[in-house]
Design a protein around this ligand. Structure first.
Ligand code: URA
Length: 240
């Protein structure tokens, strides 16, 4: 017997957190009965339906890496009808993005239907490194970065330690280019970290997640992950 939200996540339908949300929103049935209890246990003969769709534990897993352009939302469906990252990828599988990038942020997004790997990659305790490059308004100093990287309060909670370096200072346009490496994934985290030390982010790009980079992918392009890359991601996972 396994917890319902875990089985939904393992099926690849969505992440465990999303599954909990769907249970709360009364979108999950087991053997035709609506389930609202979070710890509900199921076995492999139970028929689970999420948002009216029966879930299939044995669905083949697929993995993509996308170079997200600006002006695209990182969800599976947008209430305002805007284009989503899913619209950019040709697949019959029900994939979803691992973590989020803002509408105006560009760069690396992983998409998959592998709930187990998703949970691993987004959980802060696993310390998966994400590298961002931010163009910010104003001239930043090493001292500013030190303050930010030692941990700074955003939304009432201190961020964990991060690393940053100045890539370029442009006095003419009064802007700075900074590389920031974090392993958390809080909402608008990078923008809020810079805001907390008095700088606005003008442009933001995610350059890498763990060992995956955007090499060879132009804006809007994507490719499936290789078996070796998938194994390496799982390898990271199995280290712990
Ligand atoms: N941090 C942000 O502020 N925005 C993103 O899109 C990603 C990280």
């Amino acid at each position: 017997m396994e917890r319902l939200q875990k089985v939904i996540a393992l099926s690849g339908y969505c992440s465990r957190r999303k599954a909990e949300e769907l249970i709360e929103k009364k979108q999950v049935k087991v053997n035709g009965k609506l389930i609202t209890e979070m710890g509900y246990k199921v076995n492999n003969t139970d028929l689970i339906e999420v948002e009216g769709n029966p879930i299939n534990e044995k669905e083949e897993k697929v993995y993509y890496i996308l170079n997200k352009p600006r002006g695209i939302v990182t969800t599976t469906k947008d209430e305002k009808g805007r284009k989503t990252v899913i619209d950019l990828i040709k697949t019959e599988k029900r994939i979803y993005p691992v973590g989020r990038l803002d509408y105006d942020t560009t760069g690396l997004v992983i998409l998959t239907n592998d709930g187990e790997l998703t949970n691993y990659l987004i959980h802060p305790k696993n310390k998966i490194e994400k590298v961002y490059v931010a163009k910010i308004k104003g001239i930043i100093s090493k001292e500013d970065l030190k303050k930010m990287c030692n941990g700074i309060i955003i939304d009432g909670k201190k961020t964990s330690k991060s690393k940053a370096k100045i890539l370029k200072i442009d006095k003419k346009t009064n802007t700075s280019l900074v590389e920031l490496i974090i392993h958390e994934g809080r909402n608008h985290q990078v923008k809020k970290m810079f805001e907390a030390i008095g700088f606005d982010v003008l442009k933001l790009k995610r350059e890498s997640i763990s060992f995956l980079t955007l090499d060879g992918l132009k804006s809007g392009e994507y490719r499936p992950l290789s078996i070796k890359e998938i194994k390496m991601l799982y390898g990271e996972k199995n280290k712990y």
